[in-house]
Design a protein around this ligand. Structure first.
Ligand SMILES: *[C@@H]1O[C@H](CO)[C@@H](O)[C@H](O)[C@H]1NC(C)=O
Ligand SMILES: *[C@@H]1O[C@H](CO)[C@@H](O)[C@H](O)[C@H]1NC(C)=O
Ligand SMILES: *[C@@H]1O[C@H](CO)[C@@H](O)[C@H](O)[C@H]1NC(C)=O
Ligand SMILES: *[C@@H]1O[C@H](CO)[C@@H](O)[C@H](O)[C@H]1NC(C)=O
Ligand SMILES: *[C@@H]1O[C@H](CO)[C@@H](O)[C@H](O)[C@H]1NC(C)=O
Ligand SMILES: *[C@@H]1O[C@H](CO)[C@@H](O)[C@H](O)[C@H]1NC(C)=O
Ligand SMILES: *[C@@H]1O[C@H](CO)[C@@H](O)[C@H](O)[C@H]1NC(C)=O
Ligand SMILES: *[C@@H]1O[C@H](CO)[C@@H](O)[C@H](O)[C@H]1NC(C)=O
Ligand SMILES: *[C@@H]1O[C@H](CO)[C@@H](O)[C@H](O)[C@H]1NC(C)=O
Ligand SMILES: *[C@@H]1O[C@H](CO)[C@@H](O)[C@H](O)[C@H]1NC(C)=O
Length: 380
């Protein structure tokens, strides 16, 4: 006889092997609601043409202000629209002008830019630990993959990413934070960790929100997680200096900014449609292991895969996963992960046949049905 616990076990077997992630329309709306949006009935034709959230910022001079000065003061608008598109595959569209809901520090000679970020991608697509998108094994291969500022210019086909024709080029874009600010690839334009570079390179500066504008394009961006994504400071902001414990310790400072968010906290969405969480998991512990070489992690038993903020390079996401768990480390940082290890969920979903022979999902499905079939014979 079939009783409910048998059905539950059966569903567990199916769930573990087919990896159904939380990617319903409702799931998408829950994530979209975490963003500091300024437009409700999206998508819009051009985010720059909308009315946003006004930020008055006397510390930004007239040469740097991204919008015309108002009575001699820099006033700009943060504009963000995140739309879930229902269908058999749920998609998410992210439209942002890239400006934050707070002041910024910018060199007087630098001009901040209003951007037109506009892309659409499958929301939290189903992926499998047994079908990695990347699998470098040597130091050279890990370095070639991670230490490439445009490696996230190509998004896995399963994400079906596309961007608006009139949008700002997005080759170095890794994702968008919940405040609408760009999360750029982990590397600087010099192809090294901006804050913990190897010998021969100087660390880059940043403001108290651990963000800075790109020198020529004026694109304001993050490379590491910042509490300002969730909780923008009011008024003038300061630099990433020793007074706030930021200088020379950017990674630890980043973690400290999440002391009031010791839970699973959405901080953004990656360009491949996977969610980006802060440094803590759902049981309130800091994520220090369980992630792959891209910084992605299978973090629950139903197969959800997401990027987590870490205090080690690549800090948010270094490539689009899922990926492997090599012994080698990248050469473009002095602050690499100690090791890459499978989470307990990734380990339980791994088929040893799958990883060694790379068996196709149809064979995995066959095995699933075989297990279910055997199970039905046993319980009857
Ligand atoms: C995913 O969905 C399951 C129910 O199917 C729910 O229990 C779980 O909390 C969801 N996880 C997230 C991260 O939304
Ligand atoms: C903010 O910075 C501007 C320009 O440096 C300065 O004039 C102003 O007094 C500052 N405001 C506060 C509240 O410190
Ligand atoms: C900026 O302000 C200075 C004086 O405060 C003025 O000389 C200059 O023309 C202004 N530049 C622009 C682009 O408005
Ligand atoms: C979303 O689409 C699915 C499948 O196409 C459908 O079953 C569901 O009712 C839709 N949900 C809403 C809220 O429209
Ligand atoms: C890392 O190694 C690659 C060769 O594998 C080399 O081309 C690159 O310059 C190295 N990068 C640094 C920062 O040493
Ligand atoms: C960096 O990654 C991009 C996108 O995958 C690729 O086209 C390019 O060849 C890579 N660059 C190097 C130096 O490997
Ligand atoms: C992506 O492609 C779809 C289908 O062609 C289109 O409806 C959508 O507008 C495109 N998204 C963007 C951001 O251009
Ligand atoms: C973080 O702080 C600890 C001491 O609390 C130190 O050992 C470690 O090197 C720091 N890490 C970084 C990346 O700055
Ligand atoms: C996480 O913690 C923050 C701050 O304490 C709180 O606002 C938020 O609701 C919590 N989120 C969850 C999912 O518990
Ligand atoms: C959270 O992380 C801790 C430490 O890595 C781990 O022991 C715990 O199982 C994780 N919680 C969940 C729900 O995965």
């Amino acid at each position: 006889m079939f009783c409910s616990s048998h059905i539950f076990l059966l569903l567990t077997v199916i769930g573990l092997t087919s990896g159904a992630a939380n990617n319903s329309y409702q799931n998408c709306l829950q994530i979209a609601a975490r963003f500091a949006t300024t437009v409700t009935n999206g998508p819009v034709a051009d985010i720059r043409m909308t009315n946003g959230f006004k930020v008055t910022c006397p510390q930004i001079g007239n040469n740097s202000c991204p919008m015309p000065m108002t009575n001699g003061v820099c006033v700009f608008q943060q504009k963000l629209c995140v739309t879930c598109i229902n269908g058999s595959t749920v998609r998410i569209r992210v439209q942002s002008n890239g400006l934050p809901r707070r002041c910024m520090i910018v060199f007087p000679t630098q001009k901040l830019a209003e951007l037109n970020i506009d892309f659409e991608v499958n929301f939290n697509p189903d992926v499998s630990v047994n079908s990695p998108n990347q699998s470098p094994t040597t130091t050279a291969a890990v370095s070639a993959l991670l230490c490439n500022v445009t490696n996230q210019g190509s998004v896995p086909a399963t994400s079906a990413y596309n961007r608006s024709q009139i949008s700002t080029p997005q080759d170095a874009l890794a994702g968008v934070a919940v405040d609408g600010v760009e999360i750029l690839n982990a590397n600087s334009a010099n192809l090294v960790d901006p804050f913990y570079p190897p010998a021969g390179y100087s660390p880059e500066g940043a403001d108290q929100c651990i963000s800075h504008p790109a020198p020529t394009s004026g694109e304001y961006h993050y490379h590491v997680a910042s509490g300002c994504m969730l909780n923008p400071p009011a008024g003038n902001i300061s630099g990433c200096g020793p007074d706030i414990g930021c200088l020379n310790s950017v990674a630890n400072y980043s973690l400290k900014m999440f002391s009031s968010y010791k839970n699973l906290t959405v901080i953004g969405i990656a360009k491949d449609g996977h969610v980006i969480y802060g440094p803590y998991n759902s049981t309130g512990q800091q994520v220090t292991s369980g992630f792959d070489v891209c910084n992605g992690m299978f973090y629950d038993s139903i197969g959800n895969y997401a990027y987590f903020a870490t205090t080690t390079y690549p800090y948010i996401t270094g490539c689009f996963g899922p990926a492997n768990y090599p012994n080698a480390k990248p050469n473009c940082t002095t602050n690499p992960a100690q090791s890459y290890t499978k989470s307990i969920y990734a380990a339980s979903m791994s088929t040893s046949i799958g990883t060694t022979l790379n068996v196709s999902s149809s064979i995995i499905s066959f095995i699933t049905f075989f297990i279910i079939f055997t199970y039905m014979i046993i319980i009857n």
